[in-house]
Design a protein. Structure first.
Length: 137
């Protein structure tokens, strides 16, 4: 299945931006928790938003990076994605971690940063991939 290179590029940029914004979201939560009620931000800090973000980041990351892997054949981007997703899901599902604000924020931020880096690495690999006689794609 051949896919428009612009669409592939757009997906990785979107994934990187979303993942890094997720990391910022997770890093800022401890501060916002104290301010949330007075700022009316409580809904954005709830578990539902966090679960939705983790599911979205997972689906977009897997789709985009597996698609990129089929093109460039390098595992580097997946090497950042897998531990990043593991950290995100651990922060979401592992109860003691999920209910400890600072460790939770650290793990979720680390996960978001790793997923964002994975998208950037994939973007670079896709950009530097050259179709020549040795290329099977």
């Amino acid at each position: 299945m051949s896919v428009n290179p612009r669409l592939r590029h757009l997906l990785d940029r979107f994934g990187a931006t979303g993942s890094l914004l997720c990391a910022v979201h997770c890093a800022v939560i401890p501060v916002l928790l104290a301010l949330a009620p007075s700022l009316g931000l409580s809904v954005w800090l709830g578990d539902g938003v966090e679960q939705g973000l983790v599911v979205f980041v997972t689906l977009l990351g897997l789709f985009s990076l597996l698609w990129g892997y089929r093109r460039h054949g390098a595992l580097r981007a997946l090497g950042f994605l897998v531990p990043g997703l593991f950290a995100l899901w651990a922060g979401l599902l592992y109860d003691p971690l999920h209910h400890s604000p600072v460790p939770h924020a650290v793990v979720m931020t680390l996960g978001g940063v790793l997923v964002g880096i994975a998208h950037l690495v994939n973007l670079r690999l896709n950009h530097s991939h050259v179709h020549d006689a040795s290329c099977a794609h």
